[in-house]
Design a protein around this ligand. Structure first.
Ligand SMILES: *Cc1c(COP(=O)(O)O)cnc(C)c1O
Length: 396
């Protein structure tokens, strides 16, 4: 396996060299003003990336999954009703976590490859006259299928129904790579992790609470200790954690937010969109289809590509690793063996993306799929070279 090649899995992502260096730091006292000089700018930076003026940010030594648990356990009690849709493996896992916490989940089944059905949410919320539903879950970007959903539309559904349920959004594979507007969309809890858009190793759960979500914390009865945001808030007030923080990762998070804001959020989003579009042009040139059903749901951070009927898509991932030392993502759950995924988030450039398209072509030709070498690369090259990237600063 090569450490020189970029990875094309949808997280953990490729890391900028400066971020790697920032994590490797000497031990400091983690209950000290010096630690506060790392912690507080990191929290403030995350808040800016989320486009929020009012959210409180909590960062746990954990992963995105711990962020889901932070959201549920700090705001809900056993038996509480939750509304969620299942359109892929990640929305499925959050629903599974709700069930394990004895929440009463109403699941809307959606086709894998389609976005969240905001219209169905609206019907169900409108019918819930007694306001039994406490929380609506939404996965912004389904990493399993390469599908983005319209969170503003979910907020509109809540408003149209005049329903007070809180809106919790899994933004693990969208935040810091795709536009996310916590305040404008009325998101009550946003969840992400360190190893996707923030370009860090795994190890941090990053969770943002709106004032409304903070209001649910005292009445929530689900047990919580490690993920209790009240203990975390008390720690932060003293430049500390309730336990030992991952200082190096937090230092990396501080730098990651600085880099993202320095590049400019809109430039970061435009770069991801451009890279993704080049890859999509390549997929069209191969004569293959995306799992994502229509352009309005195409993800700018991951493309799940359907392989021809009867072909095991996982072979592409194994062969790419064995022969070329390049990592792609396998299909998960319902689409296991039917798709392979090209992750294109984090520190990526047009040039790196071309190597991912080129390698996928070699792999598919090796395995006997009927595509022409160079066809996808040419389509992406044609797209990239005609983009006005001078206006958009390319990340280091
Ligand atoms: C990666 C991912 C998760 C899980 O995050 P972990 O950090 O692996 O716990 C959750 N949701 C989505 C959409 C993801 O892409």
């Amino acid at each position: 396996m090569s450490f020189q090649n970029p990875v094309f899995i949808p997280g953990p992502t490729n890391m900028p060299e400066e971020i790697r260096k920032s994590i490797y730091m000497p031990t400091i006292d983690h209950r000290s003003p010096l630690f506060g000089e790392i912690l507080h700018p990191a929290l403030a930076g995350v808040k800016k990336v989320l486009k929020s003026e009012t959210a409180e940010i909590f960062v746990f030594p954990s992963t995105g999954t711990g962020g889901w648990e932070t959201a549920l356990t700090n705001t809900l009690s056993a038996g509480d009703k939750v509304l969620a849709a299942r359109n892929g493996m990640f929305s499925h896992r959050w629903i599974d976590m709700c069930n394990r916490h004895c929440l009463d989940v109403q699941v809307v089944e959606a086709t894998w490859g389609e976005g969240l059905p905001a219209d169905r949410y609206e019907e169900i919320l409108t019918a819930d006259k007694g306001h039994e539903i406490k929380v609506v879950l939404a996965t912004h970007n389904e990493t399993a299928t390469g599908v983005k959903s319209d969170i503003a539309a979910v907020r509109r559904a809540l408003n149209a129904a005049g329903h007070p349920a809180l809106l919790f959004v899994d933004g693990v594979s969208s935040i810091a790579s795709m536009d996310f507007r916590m305040d404008e969309w009325g998101v009550d809890i946003a969840v992400t992790g360190s190893q996707k858009g923030f370009m860090l190793p795994a190890g941090l759960a990053i969770v943002a609470f709106s004032p409304n979500a903070m209001g649910a914390v005292e009445t929530a009865k689900l047990p919580r200790t490690f993920f209790d945001i009240r203990d975390m808030a008390a720690g932060y007030a003293n430049n500390a954690y309730p336990y030992t923080p991952a200082v190096g990762l937090l230092n990396g998070l501080k730098l990651a937010t600085e880099m993202l804001l320095d590049e400019g959020l809109e430039s970061v989003f435009a770069r991801h969109h451009r890279i993704a579009e080049g890859i999509r042009r390549g997929v069209v040139a191969w004569g293959l289809n995306l799992c994502a059903a229509s352009p309005d749901v195409y993800s700018d951070t991951v493309s799940a590509i359907r392989t021809p009927e009867g072909f095991n898509a996982t072979d592409i991932v194994s062969h790419a690793a064995d022969k070329y030392g390049v990592a792609y993502g396998v299909g998960l759950g319902e689409v296991a063996g039917k798709v392979f995924r090209i992750g294109h988030l984090g520190q990526l450039t047009d040039v790196l993306a071309l190597s991912g398209i080129a390698t996928a072509e070699m792999v598919m030709v090796d395995l006997g799929i009927d595509i022409e070498l160079g066809s996808g690369v040419a389509a992406a090259q044609d797209f990239y070279r005609n983009q006005d990237v001078a206006a958009v600063k390319v990340a280091a």
